[in-house]
Design a protein around this ligand. Structure first.
Ligand code: SF4
Length: 219
């Protein structure tokens, strides 16, 4: 597979060969619309990477089933979509060295977002939009290493919000998201939504995030 070289500062530049052969464990790559958080409604290509260092009880991703893919093949697949926005998700995408993919996509003008649990520090310049969804409401002993970014998105299960008082300062946007359990009844999920809505009304520093893609029946 070959790609068009791109122009940088008037010079023809080519991809770094080692970037093209970097290998990643890929669960799935798909084109959809971001359904939650600040960038909700914007079409993105989602690159879901395998493996996670946590095991949240509400997790709806089978991150242990993946296929190794070289960056050149990931690039080739993403180029098929008429979309210049990418979300790295998982699993925990920061368990991977994302620099090769970052260089390949940035050079082609892509906007790169990540959804991470924050347990791995994210280097400056790697990505363009950082959404951290901490899981310390489940794992109080897990140390959050990425303490700044664009978006803090917390699954609300009744935890005291003052646990985020310090962390909030590092983020521009603060979201509480009800825990939507696909196995649970409509009534149970409804109670979770109502509880989160009430907490957001009582705590104006937070906004409500809903997983609208699940309601629409899309990925
Ligand atoms: S951190 Fe995210 S991907 Fe990992 S187990 Fe929890 S919900 Fe699932």
């Amino acid at each position: 597979m070959s790609f068009e070289p791109c122009q940088i500062a008037g010079e023809e530049a080519t991809d770094n060969p080692t970037d093209l052969v970097a290998e990643y464990n890929i669960v799935e790559i798909f084109h959809s619309v971001q359904g939650e958080g600040f960038r909700s409604g914007i079409p993105h290509v989602f690159i879901r990477l395998g493996k996670c260092n946590l095991r949240c009880e509400w997790c709806d991703t089978n991150f242990d089933e993946y296929t190794p893919m070289k960056a050149i093949d990931i690039l080739g697949e993403v180029l098929n979509y008429p979309c210049k926005n990418i979300v790295f998700t998982g699993g925990e995408p920061m368990l991977n060295d994302l620099w090769p993919l970052s260089r390949l996509f940035h050079r082609r003008g892509y906007h790169l977002s990540i959804e991470s649990n924050g347990t791995v520090e994210i280097p400056d310049g790697l990505l363009d939009w950082i959404c951290i969804s901490p899981k310390d409401q489940l794992y109080p002993n897990v140390r959050l290493k990425q303490r700044h970014g664009d978006e803090l998105k917390c699954v609300y299960v009744g935890q005291p919000l003052d646990m985020y008082s310090e962390l909030k300062a590092g983020f521009d946007h603060h979201y509480l998201q009800p825990c939507y359990d696909e196995q649970a009844s409509i009534e149970e999920n409804g109670r979770s939504f109502a509880l989160t809505e009430q907490v957001v009304k009582e705590n104006p520093g937070w906004r409500l995030s809903l997983q609208t893609h699940k309601w629409m029946g899309i990925l």
